[in-house]
Design a binder for this molecule. Structure first.
Ligand SMILES: N[C@@H](CCC(=O)N[C@@H](CS)C(=O)NCC(=O)O)C(=O)O
Length: 296
């Protein structure tokens, strides 16, 4: 089941993104301020190619910067083509968007996040419909190519920058990656969506939480987690004893679950808890968790 309503509030007429989810456990209370330039706000997630070391002296720099137009579009410098970073359109409070951020980070992709303002219906504008004909976020632009649907974007990032996340060279392992990616979409996140909507989005829109819907879906989630527990008793990760996109695709919605009063649902499943703890240790996951927190 998908969400019947957009994940993002549309009532606010503020140009700011609504303050997102409550603080996620185990993370600092604030993140570095975003540098705001003139005109439409553009902020960029930390960029870096695989293998590049982060410069520790840059850690305190503001996360955002505004690129000059030629740099944005890609340019030729000293006879060498500078590839423009990929652009991920959407707001980082949406777990469909942050699902992609996890994959892009883990793949070491060069990308920027370009916020889309739901309050002004920017997602239904002709410019955005050209990126995603369903008028939704996320959408990814890589040169002339537009990719939409979060899980397709995640696969694209993996194929382009870190194909081992899909185990494509191995028929059996890649089949298990596919299975658990489908499970994430059709068993796990499909029951999490109504819980997250009721607990996080509805109150943000000024509505109340329908506890019956939450309870019903928590029961469904427990049944799903029983299957996960059995699987993770045998293997370290979902597709096998290797990290894959199947694990990573769970991160964004699970971070949101931990921002609801129902995080304790994991307590009954020790192997699921251990799996989640191991994912939480990953720098890509820490970055995304920080992005989803309210701005300082
Ligand atoms: N299946 C899509 C779902 C995308 C989606 O539902 N996006 C929401 C925000 S999280 C949206 O753009 N809603 C606005 C709308 O549907 O008009 C994906 O995984 O990318």
């Amino acid at each position: 089941m998908g969400l019947p309503l957009p994940h993002l509030p549309t009532r606010s007429h503020s140009t700011q993104l609504p303050r997102p989810l409550r603080a996620l456990p185990g993370l600092p209370a604030s993140r570095p301020p975003i540098k705001r330039g003139p005109g439409p706000e553009r902020h960029f997630a930390q960029r870096g190619r695989r293998g590049e070391e982060e410069n520790p002296t840059q850690k305190e720099e503001p996360r955002g910067r505004v690129l000059e137009a030629p740099e944005r579009e890609g340019s030729i410098s000293e006879g060498r083509e500078i590839m423009a970073p990929m652009k991920l359109y959407g707001a980082t409070m949406s777990w469909n968007v942050t699902r992609c951020v996890v994959a892009l980070e883990e793949a070491g992709a060069d990308y920027e996040i370009v916020p889309i303002n739901f309050a002004t219906a920017e997602h239904k504008s002709p410019e955005h419909l050209a990126r995603n004909p369903f008028g939704q976020v996320p959408a990814l632009q890589d040169g002339d190519l537009y990719v939409w649907e979060s899980r397709a974007i995640c696969k694209y990032a993996a194929r382009k920058n870190k194909p081992e996340l899909l185990k494509q060279g191995n028929l059996e392992e890649s089949a298990m990656v596919d299975v658990w990616m489908e499970v994430e979409a059709n068993q796990y996140t499909s029951v999490l969506n109504p819980i997250l909507f009721q607990c996080l989005i509805s109150p943000m829109l000024g509505g109340s939480t329908d506890l019956k819907v939450v309870e019903e879906n928590l029961e469904k989630l427990k049944k799903v987690l029983e299957v996960y527990e059995a699987r993770l008793t045998k293997y370290k990760y979902l597709a096998g004893d290797f990290l894959s996109l199947a694990d990573l695709n769970h991160v964004s919605a699970t971070l949101c679950l931990f921002a609801t009063p129902h995080a304790s649902v994991f307590d009954g499943y020790p192997h699921v808890k251990a799996w989640w703890s191991s994912l939480m240790e990953r720098p890509s996951v820490q970055k995304v968790a920080a992005l989803m927190k309210p701005s300082a």
